[in-house]
Design a protein around this ligand. Structure first.
Ligand code: NAD
Ligand code: ZN
Ligand code: ZN
Length: 376
């Protein structure tokens, strides 16, 4: 490879300070160090989590930064000791790494790695340095993925090799949104056939929960959003009833409880607001109901709730990336996609060049897109 071992100059969408829009810059990307992989990103989605970074509400975000964590690309070069992939392989980096060696990775029920950026610095690679510079300044990584750069460097244990036949402008969704929502239903809640479900928030994540609930055989799936423009797609994907909380003069949890008798079997919050987290919890039945928190709350959020909601038996769980152990699961999910067992394409509503990254986020903010994909 002509570029192997050299600094690459390429495009990247950089946020210089909290609350500032993206600037498309030429950045320098250093070669991968030992145990790292440099990837040419081909396609990257816009997830609401990146929007938290843009708004400055992401806990611990440091600026300047290159966000992006839902991308797909091709390995350009690998650092010393990397064995699970080689230049030319198609790959998907992911935000919850899997070292395979820490005590959490050794627990088959866990998908949270102690050597991940949640316990170390998320703004720099594991060795506490950055591979990105621009205009003489160090640029921070985000989630160890930074897929809004044409070339990015990630630890080998935060990237999965996928089938060479996979269309990168479609399977990028397995890096976050689809895997998160689908896995929240299948892995975290373990939705049973014939059960009732309620999904709060019909973005890329919430709609993927609906796909998961339907695949698991749920008999009723309530889709809840204040933006009724989302209802048609929710129905297409499997929702049986669509509800806007703004159409009622009582709390939505009371509406759902009345419609179902005692509340749904499984509820999911895919918005990221304290009020809707409580509403989702109170919408599942008071005894065996399971509520899964998926939405990312703004930094420093505090919840206050009536403890009786839990005392009667409800289970309240969170999920990161739908509970998948991503290194092993992404290749399998991509294979299911290629075998047409999963159709996530309906979630992709807009395709834009990277230069239109700000337009992509405006579509998300205005509720006009489900998933926009940015192409380099
Ligand atoms: P999105 O912006 O596409 O969708 C959010 C939806 O919520 C929108 O349709 C919006 O209209 C709706 N909404 C907003 N306020 C509402 C309210 N008060 N009541 C009802 N509906 C309301 O976002 P997304 O990309 O689907 O992400 C959803 C959330 O999941 C975000 O908080 C994101 O950070 C988080 N997330 C978490 C994980 C994880 O691993 N846990 C992974 C990906 C995303
Ligand atoms: Zn995401
Ligand atoms: Zn680990």
């Amino acid at each position: 490879m002509a570029t192997s071992g050299k600094v690459i100059r390429c495009r990247a969408a950089v946020i210089w300070a909290a609350g500032k829009p993206f600037s498309l810059e030429e950045v320098e990307v250093a070669p991968p160090k030992a145990g790292e992989v440099r990837i040419k990103i081909v396609a990257t989605g816009i997830c609401h989590t990146d929007y938290h970074v843009l708004k400055g509400t992401f806990p611990g975000a440091k600026f300047p930064v290159i966000p992006g964590h839902e991308g797909a690309g091709i390995v350009e070069s690998v650092g010393e000791g990397v064995t699970s992939m080689k230049p030319g392989d198609k790959v998907i980096p992911f935000a919850v790494p899997h070292c395979g060696e820490c005590s959490f990775c050794l627990n088959p029920e866990s998908n949270y790695c102690l050597r991940g950026h949640f316990t170390q610095s998320q703004n720099l690679l594991p060795d506490k340095t950055s591979r990105f510079t621009c205009k003489g300044k160090q640029i921070h990584h985000f989630f160890w993925t930074s897929t809004f750069a044409e070339y990015t460097v990630v630890p080998e244990y935060a990237v999965a090799k996928i089938d060479a036949a996979a269309p990168l402008d479609k399977v990028f969704l397995f890096g976050c949104g689809f895997s998160t929502g689908y896995g929240a239903a299948i892995n975290t809640a373990k939705v049973k056939p014939g059960s009732t479900c309620a999904v709060f928030g019909l973005g890329g994540v919430g709609l993927s929960v609906i796909i998961g609930c339907k695949a698991a055989g749920a008999s009723r799936i309530f889709a809840i959003d204040i933006n009724k423009d989302k209802f048609a797609k929710a129905k297409e994907l499997g929702a049986t009833e669509c509800i806007s909380p703004q159409d009622f003069n009582k709390p939505i949890q009371e509406v759902i409880t009345e419609m179902t008798g005692y509340g749904v079997d499984y509820s999911f919050e895919a918005i990221g607001l304290p009020d809707t987290m409580i509403a989702a919890l109170a919408s599942c039945n008071m005894n065996t109901g399971v509520c899964v928190m998926i939405g990312q709350p703004p930094a420093d959020s505090v919840l206050s709730l009536d403890p009786m909601l839990l005392l009667t038996g409800r289970t309240w769980k969170g999920t990161l990336l739908g509970g998948w152990r991503m290194k092993d699961s992404i290749p399998k999910l991509v294979s299911s996609y290629l075998e047409k067992k999963i159709n996530s394409d309906l979630l992709i509503t807009h395709t834009l060049p990277i230069a239109k990254v700000n337009e992509g986020f405006e579509l998300l903010r205005a509720g006009k897109s489900i998933r926009s994909v940015l192409l380099f």
